[in-house]
Design a protein around this ligand. Structure first.
Ligand code: AMP
Ligand code: GLY
Length: 415
């Protein structure tokens, strides 16, 4: 029997721990740092996700057979390189391969070189050159800082004034650091997420899902980490999916092999179905959150086999997925994604007849309380989306908490 360490402490990691707890081969799960809900299915370890040395020492001391990395920050900190050098098995990409997410320019160059469809672009380090280019082209203009920018690195400028402001804080004030700016064409169409397990050029697709990035109903309000997700996308045909699999996900995996940076973890395609076909908006080097919470409950195969196979470069049998669909709604603290307070009691979770993944919770004086912007995600499955949706909203009603809000229109494109 195997011991597994999961790194991270949000809803995504709760869904990973939940999937691992269904494995017949896993007898012990640790999660660092975990959260109050994860603590019900794993043993939480009080180590930060970027404390690479601390995590390595823990894995050695506790005879961990396999470590699974959730957050990008841990990958970018080089945890995979460090674990492998110590002879430890770990699921996740090397620091160098994580560039497919952490550097917009790296990703754009890769797509251009290997013919992967995406918005055309140019990149700049000089403010005046960037401004001249933007001014000569149609608006809106898409400006992306090339580096980590705490979710604030993408600006869709509606006019020259907005573009000037954004370019000034990215290139003159260097608010995020000394990076370049990618300027790309504005695309339109519904967005969706394609997560695949990838080992070199072996690509094992997961069901497609769609996130809801805006805070309020009708896709209004500020951008968030994601307010809900579902599978069973009504606007994607089997041909679309095949195109996205072959021409985007498989091509990207082989491109990384050709570049000497083979992937070994999850590749997340943030894709858009434009009038000119499916194109890449961005790649991520990890599971999506909240997508993971609706995708992994559909996995019928043993997830340990997949993680362990990819981590050790062994072929994996094609994962099997349920034909049902899932729909999940995020309950967030009032005020999120802006300022919010923590510490509000959460009651009646034991009465909820659905999967409840904890995103930001803690236990204080024996009571479960809110402890983050996104707090809980309630996920139901069913034969179709209307069944799953009515089920989810019925179950959410049972949860008692004074400081939560949620969107009432998750999967609106399907209705
Ligand atoms: P990113 O961080 O690259 O995923 O960008 C954040 C969001 O900005 C995306 O989810 C899209 O909604 C939007 N976006 C990014 N690039 C484009 C583009 N080329 N055209 C239209 N919208 C975009
Ligand atoms: N759901 C968006 C992300 O994980 O990046």
């Amino acid at each position: 029997m195997k011991t597994v360490l999961v790194i991270g402490g949000g809803g995504r990691e709760h869904a990973i721990v939940d999937a691992l707890s269904r494995s017949s081969q896993v007898s012990k799960i640790y999660c660092a740092p975990g959260n109050a809900g994860i603590g019900g299915q794993a043993e939480n370890v009080p180590l930060k996700d970027t404390d690479v040395q601390g995590l390595k020492a823990f894995a050695i001391e506790h005879n961990v057979d396999l470590t699974v990395v959730g957050p990008e920050a841990a990958l970018a900190a080089g945890i995979v390189d460090e674990f492998r050098a110590a002879g430890l098995r770990i699921f996740g990409h090397t620091k160098a391969a994580t560039a497919i997410e952490s550097s917009k320019e790296f990703a754009k160059k890769l797509m251009a070189k290997y013919g992967i469809p995406t918005a055309s672009y140019r990149s700049f380090s000089d403010y005046d050159e960037a401004l001249a280019y933007v001014a000569a082209r149609p608006f809106p203009a898409v400006l992306k800082y090339d580096g980590l920018a705490a979710g604030k690195g993408v600006v869709i400028a509606q006019d020259l004034e907005e573009a000037k402001q954004a370019l000034a804080y990215m290139l003159l004030d260097k608010t995020f650091g000394d990076g370049r700016v990618v300027v790309e064409d504005f695309l339109t169409g519904p967005e969706f997420s394609f997560l695949c397990f990838v080992d070199g050029d072996s690509v094992y697709p997961m069901p497609l899902s769609q996130d809801h990035k805006r805070a309020f109903d009708g896709d209004k309000g500020p951008n968030t980490g994601g307010m809900g997700a579902y599978t069973g996308l009504p606007f994607i045909t089997p041909e679309d999916r095949e195109f996205a699999y072959q021409e985007i996900m498989c091509k990207a995996a082989s491109a990384m092999v050709s570049e000497g940076l083979p992937l070994s973890g999850v590749l997340y395609g943030g894709l858009m179905k434009t009038p000119q076909g499916i194109k890449v908006i961005e790649f991520n080097a990890r599971f999506g959150d909240p997508e993971t919470e609706v995708v992994l409950p559909l996995l019928r195969s043993d997830i340990f086999d997949i993680f362990d196979g990819v981590a050790s470069g062994r072929p994996v049998s094609d994962p099997e997925w349920s034909d049902e669909v899932t729909l999940g709604v995020v309950l967030a603290s009032k005020g999120y994604p802006g300022h919010y307070d923590k510490g509000f009691a959460i009651d009646n979770l034991d009465k909820v007849d659905a999967k409840v993944y904890h995103m930001g919770t803690a236990v204080r004086e024996g009571r479960l309380v809110t402890n983050g912007g996104r707090v809980l995600m309630v996920v139901c499955r069913g034969k179709d989306l209307s069944l799953a949706r009515s089920e989810v909203y019925k179950e959410i009603e049972k949860i008692g908490c004074d400081n939560l809000f949620y969107r009432k229109d998750i999967a609106h494109l399907a209705f």
